[in-house]
Design a protein around this ligand. Structure first.
Ligand code: PAF
Length: 272
């Protein structure tokens, strides 16, 4: 991959990386299409990164279909897919990790303590291997987007990080490879995330400024669905994820719930 990337660079072309864990959906393909607008060559990485999963999480059952993924990417005109084996990125004796200290201690970092260290470590490796000029990340994982942007700035990577809008199903559910796990009733309940965010948006548009009132309304709505367990609902600033009590500027409302055993996240920017 390093050789291919060096050849592309030598020919004067720019590279954009779209990092994924595979089992691609329209959300991923939208990142590819954004990539195609900003650079000459799109490289997609497909790697289910073991270091970002906790011991009780879904590493072993994470959906995979490399053949289908490659066919979808080919249709989009992507010619280079980087899909290393786990032992290639983490050979025996592996010792080095990258951390974005405080940013990882909020939101998803609380219930998934391994997540962001794993993400920043694998992305450091992918950036060093692919050597892209730009990289595209979906904003469904808003915290990940902010953390990666911070890491690139702090560690002087010469890479522009591009944030892409959340892609939703027709009824509003944010697209995610993990949606494949959902049984029919859980799929219905999963929609509560989007409904709660929309409710919050309406309340704020009508003049509600108290974060507590909005969080309570969202929580009540989500809890009225079956098989749903809220992990967190947070209204916070979108740079450091510090809690906000009064909405007097644009803020991030982020939430994570479990529908059955499937963990889902979503978010919205609230402003009046
Ligand atoms: O968002 C994802 O799919 C993963 O966290 C990423 C960025 C590919 C790193 O493994």
């Amino acid at each position: 991959m390093q050789k291919i990337s060096a050849q592309i660079k030598k020919s004067g072309k720019t590279i954009v990386l779209v990092p994924t864990m595979g089992y691609l959906h329209e959300g991923h393909l939208s990142l590819v299409r954004i990539g195609q607008k900003v650079c000459d060559i799109v490289i997609v990485s497909i790697f289910v990164n073991p270091t970002q999963f906790g011991p009780a999480e879904d590493l072993d059952s994470y959906p995979k279909d490399l053949e289908r993924d490659c066919a979808l990417l080919k249709k989009e005109g992507v010619e280079t897919v980087f899909a290393p084996a786990s032992e290639e990125l983490y050979p025996a004796g592996y010792q080095t990790y990258v951390n974005t200290l405080k940013l990882s201690e909020h939101l998803c970092g609380i219930s998934r303590p391994a997540l962001f260290q794993g993400v920043t470590t694998v992305l450091t490796k992918l950036f060093n291997i692919v050597n892209p000029d730009k990289a595209v990340f979906g904003k469904k994982d808003f915290q990940q987007f902010v953390i990666v942007s911070r890491m690139v700035k702090d560690l002087n990577f010469n890479i522009e990080i591009i944030g892409a809008p959340i892609i939703r199903e027709a009824d509003g559910l944010a697209m995610s490879s993990r949606n494949a796990y959902l049984k029919k009733n859980q799929r219905d309940s999963a929609l509560s995330l989007y409904k709660a965010l929309k409710k919050a948006e309406n309340l704020v548009k009508k003049g509600e400024k108290k974060a507590e009132v909005i969080i309570n309304a969202a929580s009540k709505l989500i809890n009225s669905f079956d098989e749903i367990l809220i992990d967190y609902i947070s209204i916070c600033d979108f740079e450091f994820f510090e809690e906000v009590k009064i909405i007097d500027r644009p803020v991030l409302m982020a939430l994570a719930v479990k529908a059955g055993r499937t963990r889902l996240i979503d978010n919205i920017i609230l402003f009046q």
